[in-house]
Write a protein that binds this ligand. Structure first.
Ligand SMILES: [Zn+2]
Ligand SMILES: [Zn+2]
Length: 167
């Protein structure tokens, strides 16, 4: 969706609200596509002393297998949306600001801004919870349900040392 912000030009302090719903189910993260539900972004663009500042919130519920324990997860997520909308890129700034977006004919490309925010906000791992204990690598038991009976894995370097000491 394109949002025309040119009406803000003569209104310092003025703002335009927006709401956009995106279908991002084809976005893959670590082998799965967890954004099976619509991704909603609500917010506003405000003319702050001549700078167009876009702010808001991106929300959806992600679905997919946990990267550690493989359990199916339904995970509501919420990311802050923040972007600066520039009429043109200034030549003198060498650093690329990922939150700087260009206006085209006075319009902000909300789909692009929301998709970029979503991708940059996703964790590299999709976990059922931050402290998921995962599966035992020997017996396969889900360690979130309690410890299994396996001996703790010996450090391979220690094993070598023990071999040497036996001799
Ligand atoms: Zn898990
Ligand atoms: Zn085990």
């Amino acid at each position: 969706m394109l949002l025309n912000v040119s009406v803000l030009k003569d209104h310092p302090g003025g703002s335009i609200p927006f709401e956009v719903v995106l279908d991002l189910h084809e976005l893959a993260f670590g082998g799965c596509c967890p954004a099976t539900e619509p991704v909603t972004a609500v917010g506003e663009v405000r003319n702050t002393a001549g700078v167009y500042v876009l702010s808001g919130t991106v929300r959806t519920t992600l679905h997919g297998p946990c990267d550690r324990c493989a359990r199916d997860v339904d995970k509501p997520v919420e990311f802050p949306l923040h972007a600066i909308l520039a009429p043109e890129l200034s030549n003198d700034d060498g650093e690329e600001d990922p939150w700087l977006f260009l206006l085209e004919d006075g319009c902000a490309d909300l789909d692009d801004i929301v998709t970029t925010t979503f991708v940059l906000s996703m964790d590299s791992k999709f976990l059922c919870r931050d402290d998921c204990k995962g599966l035992c690598c020997r017996c396969g038991k889900d360690l979130n349900d309690g410890p299994c009976g396996c001996e703790p894995e010996a450090d391979p370097r220690l094993a070598v040392l023990q071999q040497l000491l036996k001799k």
